[in-house]
Design a protein around this ligand. Structure first.
Ligand SMILES: [Zn+2]
Length: 243
């Protein structure tokens, strides 16, 4: 029995190592994905700015028409002033001229505001485009680095996976089946040591009788709480530092 438990411990160590490789690969991929996301957000901001600029240009053109029309009306009423006879007509024309002058002034102010806003947005677009260029370069570098790094990890992983195949063949079918089931259901951790009476998988205490059984290792011992396969760490495993 002890032999089988050693094999299980070894297989768990290999599988944890493989999980570590996978985690490292995901981490690198996440860094690239984050950079891509940031770049995408800037591109969206540029597009939003551009449609705002388009809208402001449209408003600016409409206001220009309003402004020119008011200017034409002022000229027209001023010409009519020469021809009117009565003071009432004169007053009416003056009033219209005043109203249109007010439109002239208002529309001019609005046009200036639109132009200012457009200039600001165009400046922002320029800045964002510069940032995007820089980030595109960084992203390309990062992608190349990550690709290399992932290749390196995959290479290390390959040799461990081969080793795993060999180790798994050594195990008796029912043990391997139980092991695989636990790996799937218990977050990749099927075989765990005990520390005193405590299971290092779920950190619940075992009854004293079971602690003795785990130490003897005459049969497969499962944690009563998490069902993981338990083992008692041999003293030589704990004094790695002296090696
Ligand atoms: Zn447990």
């Amino acid at each position: 029995m002890k032999e089988e438990i050693f094999k299980l411990i070894k297989l768990q160590a290999i599988d944890s190592e493989i999980a570590g490789f996978d985690k490292a690969i995901s981490k690198h991929q996440a860094i690239v994905a984050d950079r891509e996301q940031a770049l995408e957000e800037k591109k969206e901001a540029i597009a939003t700015h551009r449609s705002k600029i388009e809208l402001l240009n449209q408003k600016q053109r409409e206001t220009k028409i309003e402004h020119d029309d008011a200017g034409a009306r002022v000229k027209d009423r001023q010409n009519k002033m020469m021809q009117v006879q009565t003071s009432r007509e004169h007053q009416a024309l003056l009033k219209e001229i005043e109203e249109n002058k007010k439109i002239l002034k208002d529309s001019e102010e609005r046009m200036l505001q639109f132009i200012e806003q457009i200039e600001q947005l165009e400046q922002d677009v320029k800045n964002l485009e510069n940032l995007c260029e820089g980030e595109k370069k960084l992203l390309a570098e990062e992608e190349a680095n990550v690709e290399k790094e992932i290749q390196r990890i995959e290479q290390s992983k390959k040799s461990v996976v081969n080793q795993r195949e060999a180790e798994a063949k050594e195990l008796d079918g029912p043990y391997l089946k139980r092991y695989k089931m636990l790996i799937a259901k218990r977050d990749g951790l099927a075989v765990v040591p005990i520390n005193g009476p405590v299971c290092q998988g779920c950190f619940m205490s075992l009854p004293p009788q079971q602690v003795n059984e785990v130490m003897k290792a005459e049969k497969l011992n499962l944690c009563p709480t998490c069902q993981r396969i338990l083992y008692y760490p041999q003293p030589e495993e704990e004094v790695v530092d002296e090696a």
